[in-house]
Design a protein around this ligand. Structure first.
Ligand SMILES: Cc1ncc(COP(=O)(O)O)c(C=O)c1O
Length: 486
């Protein structure tokens, strides 16, 4: 595909402007212009050419508006476009962050109500909408926990316990918050071993941090026993609630013995994910922890006015101003349009879709932790195909030829040749079937013509990339010479 610079033809334009009635002159000093003659060397093309160029470019990468994206744990579900329009309403998107509270009452009210929804959904009493991503929500939660222990004269409590199935951000965030990570083993069912947790808790335990449902797509069936063990040892319980899309309206972390959790709006509440765009990871917590929440929070006074308040015991600020409000508006609109029943249906359908695919693929791939129904995702192993000379990475690449994004691969690490599949609730039966057929077909190829899989992809704009080289020698500049590889 030609670059926009290669398509350029001198004098070609997208619009016809009237003849100039002033002398043509460039204000760019010659020494600053790329061409040295006052021009900046911008491509010259017609509107039609530009339109086609960018539409073509937009479809070169796989994305969720183009096809299914079953990237386990990342929850790439289709985001209804109406929420984009709602978040762009001038009165919301045009507010200056320093605008006085009285003039931003509508926005503050939405934030306040959204916070109430999150408390209702999670079973908690306080909330911060500030964190800009799930991982920052984790950091916020750990800072609340640290503040709590400090307030009780127990600042020595610095150990965060977590299972070997933890999401990667959990240990990373704990270290960032200057805590020590203590591993807890999973049992043969892929669930936390309560006996090991009992052995690991102690006087230095700050918290137990648990991704639930865990990264194997399994609900921790001993949840109340686990959280009680930690409370009895004086620690607190943190639930990584990024997977709340499996439990909306079904189960609440606040009723399972957790003290704080975070939500990933871009996973659960249909705000766009990926591409480096803004995210949001609100943190609901107990009343006891709420006094330490980051500044500011929205309050409602007795006269019915909304305003921003600094908390006396707050551990500080996490974001400039109030977080990614555009994302918060979308989540608010999503919750309002679905209502309580609709949200529950989201999770029920996510569970049904995942279990449907698991059942369809079970015969063709290994599933080392198949102990009954899964939650919103499941993890297969490519071990059987590896014996045929086809690795999980090859299967991931081959899926692109079939028009699907790959599942998350090689994670969680407790599954060999892991493929973590999350179809989400937004895929239709036909799409699920098409994905299953592609996977089954690839399993057949691995057994009979493995080169089809190991040479993949062959239908994509670029063939297999050297991913290590791409990371080490990252080049983000548009190729300019004819024949340059994109
Ligand atoms: C279980 C879990 N925890 C934490 C995170 C981190 O969230 P973020 O990518 O928004 O930082 C994710 C991301 O998908 C996740 O799946």
């Amino acid at each position: 595909m030609k670059t926009i610079f290669q398509m350029s033809s001198p004098g070609r334009i997208g619009t016809s402007l009237p003849e100039m009635d002033v002398p043509a002159e460039s204000n760019i000093p010659e020494e600053l212009s790329r061409e040295g003659d006052g021009s900046v060397g911008l491509p010259e093309a017609s509107e039609g050419q530009i339109m086609r160029h960018y539409v073509n470019l937009s479809t070169m990468n796989h994305h969720v508006d183009k096809g299914m994206y079953p990237l386990g744990s990342c929850t790439m579900k289709y985001n209804p476009k109406q929420y984009e329009d709602l978040a762009r309403i001038k009165g919301l998107s045009g507010i200056h962050p320093l605008c006085p509270d009285e003039l931003a009452a509508g926005s503050l009210e939405l934030m306040y109500r959204l916070g109430e929804f999150f408390c209702e959904i999670t079973g908690f009493e306080g909330v911060s909408l500030q964190p800009a991503a799930g991982a920052q929500g984790e950091f916020c939660g750990i800072m609340l926990i640290k503040s709590y222990h400090e307030s009780r004269g127990e600042s020595h409590r610095n150990e965060i316990l977590m299972p070997d199935s933890a999401h990667g951000t959990n240990p990373a965030t704990s270290r960032l918050a200057d805590c020590v990570v203590v591993g807890v083993e999973s049992n043969e069912y892929g669930l936390v071993d309560p006996e090991d947790l009992r052995r690991k808790v102690g006087p230095n335990t700050a918290a137990f941090m648990l991704t639930n449902p865990n990264t194997l797509g399994l609900f921790e069936s001993h949840i109340e026993e686990l959280t009680s063990i930690v409370h009895e040892a004086g620690g607190l319980n943190y639930m990584d609630g990024a997977n709340m899309n499996a439990m909306l309206g079904i189960a609440k972390p606040g009723e399972m013995g957790f003290d704080v959790c975070h939500l990933n709006l871009h996973k659960t509440f249909a705000t766009p994910h990926g591409g480096g765009g803004p995210g949001s990871g609100p943190v609901p917590c107990t009343r006891e922890l709420a006094r330490f929440l980051p500044d500011p929070v929205v309050i409602l006074d007795e006269e019915g006015n909304y305003s921003l308040m600094k908390k006396q015991d707050s551990f500080g600020k996490l974001m400039a101003f109030h977080g990614n409000t555009g994302v918060l508006y979308k989540a608010y609109a999503y919750i309002r349009t679905l209502g309580a029943e609709g949200l529950r249906e989201v999770s029920e359908n996510a569970l049904i879709n995942a279990n449907y695919l698991k059942a369809k693929l079970g015969k063709y791939f290994d599933n080392p932790f198949d102990n009954g129904p899964c939650m919103h995702e499941f993890v297969l192993s490519g071990d059987r195909q590896a014996e045929q000379g086809v690795k999980t990475l090859d299967i991931a690449k081959r899926l692109l030829d079939y028009g699907f994004h790959a599942p998350t691969v090689y994670f969680p690490q407790i599954v060999h040749e892991a493929m973590m599949i999350e179809p989400t609730e937004t895929e239709s039966l036909e799409d699920l079937d098409a994905f299953a057929e592609a996977m089954i077909s690839i399993a057949g190829e691995a057994a009979e013509k493995p080169y089809l899989v190991t040479d993949a992809p062959v239908n994509t704009p670029v063939l297999r990339l050297d991913e290590v080289k791409a990371v080490k020698e990252l080049c983000l500049v548009e190729p300019v010479e004819e024949g340059d590889n994109l």
